[in-house]
Design a binder for this molecule. Sequence first.
Ligand code: DMJ
Length: 638
Amino acid sequence: MVLRKLPGVSASGMGLRLSQKFVFLLFLSGLVTLCFGALFFLPDTVRLKRIFLSKNENPAVTVGHDNELSKKVPGDPEHQRVALKGGEGANVKLKVSRKPSVTHGARTVERSVGSRAQEEWSPARAQEPAARDERVTSAAHNGERGSAYSYEAFKSCLLKPALGRNQGTPPDSETLQRREKVKEMMTFAWDNYKRYAWGNNELRPLTRNGHLGNMFGGLRGASIVDSLDTLYIMGLMEEYEEAKEWVQNNLDLNSNGEASLFEVNIRYVGGLLSAYYLTGAEVRFRLICLGEKLLPAFNTPTGIPRGVINLGSGTSWSWGWASAGSSILAEFGTLHLEFLHLSQLSGSPLFTEKVMNIRKLLNKIEKPHGLYPNFLSPVSGNWVQHHVSIGGLGDSFYEYLIKSYLMSDKTDQEAQKMYYSAMEAIETNLVQKSPGGLTYVAEWRGGILDHKMGHLACFSGGMIGIGADDGPAGQRQHYLDLAAEITHTCHESYSRSATKLGPEAFRFDAGAEATATRLSDRYYILRPEVIESYMYMWRLTHDPKYREWGWEAVEALEKHCRVDAGFSGIRDVYASTVSHDNMQQSFFLSETLKYLYLLFSDDDLLPLEDWVFNTEAHPLPVIHKRCLYLQTRLKDPL
Ligand code: DMJ
């Protein structure tokens, strides 16, 4: 019935006239074109879009990759190489969209084939479920983008060979013997970890088993990741290969637990970054995946990250013990070095933007007497308490200011300014001289001094030393003297104990001078800070006392901390019969033994012109001015 009413439809059947057929076909083809075109406007995650559009046709894939490169580094040979990889269509489409690339989804997997990401794809990784995660796939994409900064390009930026002319072998036999001893300690610590705790985070040397703990959100193998670069610089190649193989085949990033943003960053991100830069190990892809898993912690009203993050769900929260849901200065202030390198390797400015935002807020906020308190609200962006310390809760924030400046080849003047103003405020308000003539850095509680210095604060001797050259005019010697005085005080805290190891905290009140007065402060957990300062002061002054002090520490560690199956912390440094805490901390392998080894090596092993150490002693390369093209790109983000 209806058909009969339609013009052009014959009564005898459904036949159409030729002209009608033509119009109908025209209409049909128009409809098909319209539908296909509409695919371009679907969200990136819609499957149809990925099925129908080939990778070179997908405009989102090309965004932010060649776009950034072609816009910001014209003429750079590395850029040209990458731009070609994108295909001709890439550069044309790039001009249209300026979306940040990190949010790009699974589509990027296809694109990464044939790129750097593919080079790094091992069979083990291919089986890893994480590879199917959308954020991970975007990392693959970014890994590819980062291929502009190839490993070879990076190596050509170094001024000197990383391991020196002869692996830093010292010319005199006594120092060489001492260095060999430290290497033996590392082998002993490693072998026992391997035998009794392989894959766990730390070794429990008395009970001969592993410890996982709850700081790393279910990530495993902290001692392995922390040891990679130490094993490598010590020339323990068999052990290094074992460690690398474990990372490649067994380090599972798909964990789902409560992690400290700070600890995962300094140990895992830092450890993997160093392994990559020192050896070219194929960890770049995984590094970027891990970096991305930390990003949700920054989703706060101010962009100041919270301290704890679930690596699986991305939910983040503040430590229960931190007052009023605050974030900790030493935690959110100790991301800068690693995040800058994550941007270098991924080509994504996002990591840099996150840490620059922290710096911006810290610059803007009013500081009591020019000091930075330890607790800040990630919601309001205001200080929560006025407790200031260069030890625990504050320490590595200051360290990362001066090291950001040094790692930028002294171009990051903002970091320079912040560091020296902070130092000035610390000197005015916190630095004290004891009646016995020992210089120390007290803690500050709303204007009242607590005459206590933590073991953690003893890193400051080295920090002030490496910062001596670039402060206000005429201050170099002053800073070198201050660094030497603090290092001397920290050495005193060791030499005044029965074990010749230093307590967790020592005081300068009620008649005490560099000794712990409370039972709860008497322990030593294999911490590195005092030895770290010896190492820097040795490099800066070549005063033989620093090597002697380091050797005293080796003897004390051997005598009191070495047990049958590894090294252990002790509960009371003042007791001549020690009680062990049954824990071989991963930082003993990454920091304490590394700094000792460097102390007894020539200065050309990891020269300070080329390397800065992150706060877990993982060496990260200085980004030299002549290799600045990526930095230029990052300063002018999408
Ligand atoms: C290490 O994890 C790092 O050095 C950190 O900055 C402070 N604490 C430990 C070592 O004591």
